[in-house]
Design a protein around this ligand. Sequence first.
Ligand code: GLU
Ligand code: MG
Length: 437
Amino acid sequence: MSRGEVIYLVWNDLVGLSRTRGVPIGEYERRKAHGLGWALAGQAMTPFEDIAENPWGPMDEVRQIPDEETRRRVLLRPEHPALHLVLCDSLNPDGSPWECCTRSFLAAALADMKAETGLDLHVAYENEFALFGEDIRWAAPFSLDAARRIAPFADLCVAALIDAGAGIETFEPEYGVGQFEITCGPAAGLAGADRVVLTREVVHEAARQSGLRSTFSPKPAPDAVGNGCHLHVSFLDADGKAAAYDADAPGELSTVAASFVAGVQRHVAALCAVTAPSPISYLRLGPHHWSCGYDIVGVQNREAAIRICPSPAAEPADRGDAFNIEFRFTDATASPYLAIGAIVRAGLQGIRDGLPRPDLVEGEPDDLSGDEREARGIGRLPTSLDEALDAFEADESVKSWFTPTMVQAYTALKRHEIRLYAESRAERMCERYVQVY
Ligand code: GLU
Ligand code: MG
């Protein structure tokens, strides 16, 4: 190990980017208890070079305090410095969570879910991304040829993800040019979100060390295939039994899971401002992209915002294990902590209110007439960030899950991105998001 090795303290901010300050390895033990300071206004940084309007100005700072459980040292190539990082909570000087800490936001939502329902949430992500480089060209979608052309990258990346404990389960070519997908297995709440952050950083590192560039941006170009970041959720009860599953219920969705899903569906338009939070997210969302365009729930329906994923097991006794609920209106410009946290808050409110089970929709909503859609309460998801943010700002319940300061800082950031997008061309903005996500 080189004495020049740097351990990076990493936090995922309101715009879903991993920001960092580093500590030479010899300094780390001395530093880790109090972490490093970070100006409050740093949380108002847009994905680009500017800082949005914010309540903090030049005053005060948070401490970025490492969570040792998340420390990873990944040596991809012996001749290249190891990727050494640790994820942080943003805490006040007195050690309490800062009101705009994304990781603490998720931890609090999960704790409330557990306290009120006794359920632990397990989450898994599908991570779609695109590679760029001289040799990345069109290959038949999902083909072995597409996979084998980037075999050295895949090998490096998979090994690094195993070493990082990211729970990698599959690596596959996707539909688009240079598009691939990595799925990670489920992990309990916060650890599941940590995995997503780690996975993205490891993929970027493997690409850098392979002479490639990688992006998880939802739309690398206006006409490119979109990168989704579908979130899969399951519940475990106190005995570790799958609690979202009920063999006898419609869609095999247990009563508690049905109310959770109905809670998310009720607020889905406002939630989009958090889960699909960039202007270019709406180039991806929409019917016929297999992302999702309608606010519906369906079993195995890839046009649904919320897809129920049955288990592949034939034996009823085993069907609870892999059974899960997929939220498809999510992409990688969202902080996974905010996205999961907001979905948990919406679901928990649905459970508290005892919401009835949602209507399960089969097939394409576009095949129904406008009247049929209206009669069944089927609506389009927002078609722009502007529309999603209007829904967010009008939804007092959703806003109440965040502190007023967080709402103020978040909406200012997002309005800023909307302005940038309106002043530029879609192609150019897609390029800018590729550079950072
Ligand atoms: N690329 C699609 C999306 O943007 C997802 C395709 C799939 O289901 O794997 O969400
Ligand atoms: Mg996919």
